[in-house]
Design a protein around this ligand. Structure first.
Ligand code: GRF
Length: 194
């Protein structure tokens, strides 16, 4: 019997986790040969943890505040990752910057989603920055993670128009809706379409 390979994903989230849940739901609804084997968070209060429990996905909390400094936290993170077997790390609202020694260890095995059309509006509060700038088109980017902030090679992008009657809230809703569809498409492109 020819059994199909199942690719293993680890999702990193620090807060809400709506992208994490959307990925899991797409995998299940579309019966994809993908499996989220862990939700990793640096924040014990993350709502993503409740989602993981509801979805039956194991979670790992590496409480950032319990470490003496950033380097110790990142060393513990590397140790945890090295103890696992996985194909892709999926950053979905992970609010820490991965250090070069983790990025290099898992080169081209880490992807991120960013709520703007990179290279415009990198960093925090991208939706608000685009809205306040007054651009008429913004969007969502999925990219490989390199050693910079939101600078890695782009895998996929999608536009979102900002209409005259959009508020920051309606724009956020539109962006998140696009995020919840594009991330799984990009994951499929990376893992299943080579
Ligand atoms: C998303 O807007 C994502 O683009 C950004 O952080 C947000 C996470 O949202 N990197 P959620 O936690 O998945 O709901």
């Amino acid at each position: 019997m020819n059994r199909q390979r199942v690719y293993k994903l680890i999702v990193f989230a620090s807060g809400n986790g709506s992208n994490f849940e959307a990925i899991v739901r797409h995998i299940r609804d579309e019966n994809l040969p993908l499996k989220v084997t862990y939700l990793l968070t640096d924040n014990p209060e993350a709502y993503a943890l409740e989602r993981a429990e509801r979805l039956g996905i194991p979670s790992e909390i590496l409480d950032y505040k319990s470490f003496d400094n950033r380097d110790e936290y990142n060393r513990a993170l590397l140790k945890f990752l090295k103890s696992l077997d996985f194909d892709l790390i999926v950053l979905a609202g992970y609010m820490r910057i991965l250090p070069p020694f983790i990025v290099r260890e898992f080169w081209r095995k880490i992807i991120n989603i960013h709520p703007s059309l990179l290279p415009a509006f990198p960093g925090l509060h991208a939706i608000e920055k685009a809205y306040k700038y007054g651009v008429k088109v913004t969007g969502v980017t999925v990219h490989y993670v390199d050693e910079g902030v939101d600078t890695g090679p782009i895998i996929m992008q999608e536009c979102v128009k900002i209409e005259d009657d959009d508020t920051l809230e309606t724009l956020e809703e539109k962006i998140h809706k696009v995020e919840h569809e594009i991330y799984i498409k990009a994951i499929k492109k990376v893992l299943l379409e080579n």
